[in-house]
Design a protein. Structure first.
Length: 266
């Protein structure tokens, strides 16, 4: 039941919540590798969940049965790993890492096996900025994406996920009210979105259900790319209008239909 409750909340919550997620191909292009952290902003001295997904670039789906190694370094000095060559049958792993210093960290993923076959080693390296060691904003350092939508469509490169990014970068981040709106929801969103994304990867039926559920919302959000928002007032008006439109589609209309059916049966 709780998963259905989360599903109904998606239209309201998916707009403002973009997880900091990195995605890049290996040096030889056999796989795409995506990385995100939980929490999105690691806390020094606490364990951070490093979530790694291996993606087949031809199908944009999670690639199963990968042999990999992971190393985290700072200024060339290892702070985690390298772990021994490890096999994942699911193609998605979560590794606890403790960051002890501020600054730039390099996360290197080495891939040496695919579908139980040894392959020439391939490597991909990501940069993770801890705390405020860089003056660059998160959007300069990371490719933000919606965790739930990315899991539903298989990759952040799909037009649907790109639409969410465009609304975030070109509309919401251009106003104080839009930025505040996103920040206020992030803490709550991060408490359940990784779980929903994992369920999508594990259950194709749930994945398609989520995709179907967010499609009407994506249609309404596309409106924001065709209007001119020149003030905080414009942002509030359009934002509230979009939210009310989604509430009507996802809650009011189904409630009316259910009420009519009940009355008809009587």
């Amino acid at each position: 039941m709780k998963y259905f409750i989360v599903l109904f909340l998606l239209p309201v919550l998916v707009l403002p919540v973009f997880a900091d997620q990195l995605q890049s191909p290996t040096d030889k292009g056999t796989l795409l590798v995506s990385i995100s952290t939980e929490p999105a902003k690691p806390i020094l001295g606490d364990l951070t969940k490093l979530k790694i997904n291996f993606i087949n670039p031809k199908t944009n789906e999670i690639q199963e049965h990968i042999d990999y190694k992971v190393t985290v370094t700072k200024d060339g000095t290892p702070v985690f790993g390298p772990i021994p060559l490890t096999h994942t049958s699911e193609g998605a792993v979560t590794i606890p890492v403790e960051f002890k210093e501020n600054g730039e960290h390099k996360i290197t993923v080495d891939i040496e096996g695919l579908l139980f076959q040894q392959i020439p080693p391939e490597t991909v390296t990501f940069t993770e900025i801890i705390d405020d060691a860089s003056d660059q904003t998160p959007s300069d350092k990371k490719v933000g994406s919606c965790i739930i939508a990315t899991a539903a469509y298989g990759t952040e490169l799909t037009p649907q996920v790109q639409l969410l990014r465009e609304v975030r970068d070109n509309v919401l981040f251009n106003t104080n009210s839009g930025t505040s709106f996103m920040s206020a929801f992030n803490a709550f969103y991060y408490s359940f979105s990784p779980t929903v994304a994992d369920l999508e990867r594990q259950s194709p039926i749930f994945k398609e259900t989520v995709k179907l559920a967010i499609t009407p919302m994506l249609s309404t959000l596309s409106i924001l790319n065709y209007v001119h928002i020149n003030s905080e007032g414009d942002m509030l008006e359009y934002g509230i209008g979009i939210i009310l439109l989604n509430v009507g589609m996802y809650f009011v209309i189904p409630a009316i239909i259910i009420s009519k059916i009940r009355n008809f049966r009587r």
